[in-house]
Design a protein around this ligand. Structure first.
Ligand code: SAH
Length: 222
């Protein structure tokens, strides 16, 4: 399939997600139009890149469905120039979408933590090939502890399901910042949108969702 063909497919799915109301803002629309999802899925799945469903990326993990990336990014509401922390790099696709908004337009940066070294390497290669490596730093480690080295963050996004909100992430969120995280049990979660204001945290419980588990010290133990 040619590059143009992928762009046509990308545009079609983005238009559809706009019509459904999942994509609300120009910034999310433009970011999803710019990032080539086919470069973030394993080779055998390239031609399925614009089917709106999660796809396997190896090691029992998945790249999220396109509508879920749209919903998470809209909920996070990243601003140009923001410093963002992502937990669960996976393929690097969500990190690239965030980089389009915060870095390409405003000098911000995305720090993204992945616990599986092979996936971190997969993401680095994908981000490099697509021109996002200056905007995204991929770190191997337990993201439930956050990444204190670059804290505090304007935005924190967790793309794996937590049993509870990891305390270090609240601590590393800047006052006035926002975190989006799926919280619940192993097989169903709610998307929490958490605003930190004046030292208080305000939690809004949004849609139902299903993510792979967040495994670590402040997550699931296995
Ligand atoms: N955002 C990714 C999809 C994430 S899938 C994308 O756009 O492709 C969830 C990822 O979270 C998996 O790769 C899994 O290995 C990782 N993960 C699970 N627990 C983690 C932890 N404690 N720290 C960092 N990464 C974790």
């Amino acid at each position: 399939m040619s590059r143009d063909k992928y762009f046509e497919e990308r545009k079609r799915v983005v238009d559809y997600l706009v019509s459904l109301g999942y994509i609300k803002s120009d910034k999310v629309r433009e970011a999803l139009l710019r990032v080539p999802r086919e470069e973030f899925v394993p080779e055998p799945y390239r031609d399925l890149a614009y089917v709106d469903r999660p796809l396997p990326i190896g090691y029992g993990q998945t790249i999220s469905a396109i509508h879920m990336v749209a919903i998470m990014t809209e909920a996070l509401d990243p601003m140009p120039g923001d410093k963002v922390l992502e937990i669960g790099t996976g393929s690097g696709y969500q990190a690239a979408v965030l980089a389009e908004i915060v870095c390409k337009n405003g000098g911000g940066h995305v720090y993204s933590i992945e616990r599986i070294p092979e996936l971190a390497e997969f993401a680095r290669r994908n981000l490099d090939r697509t021109g996002y490596s200056d905007c995204v730093t991929v770190i191997v480690g337990d993201g439930t502890r956050g990444y204190p080295e670059a804290a505090p963050y304007d935005r924190i996004i967790v793309t794996a399901a937590a049993p509870d909100i990891p305390k270090p992430l609240i601590e590393q969120l800047r006052d006035g910042g926002r975190m989006v995280i799926p919280v619940g049990d192993r097989w169903v979660q709610r998307l929490y949108i958490i605003d930190k204001k004046g030292g208080k945290t305000i939690i809004r419980r949004s849609i139902e969702c299903l993510f792979v588990p967040l495994i670590g010290e402040y997550g699931w133990k296995y």
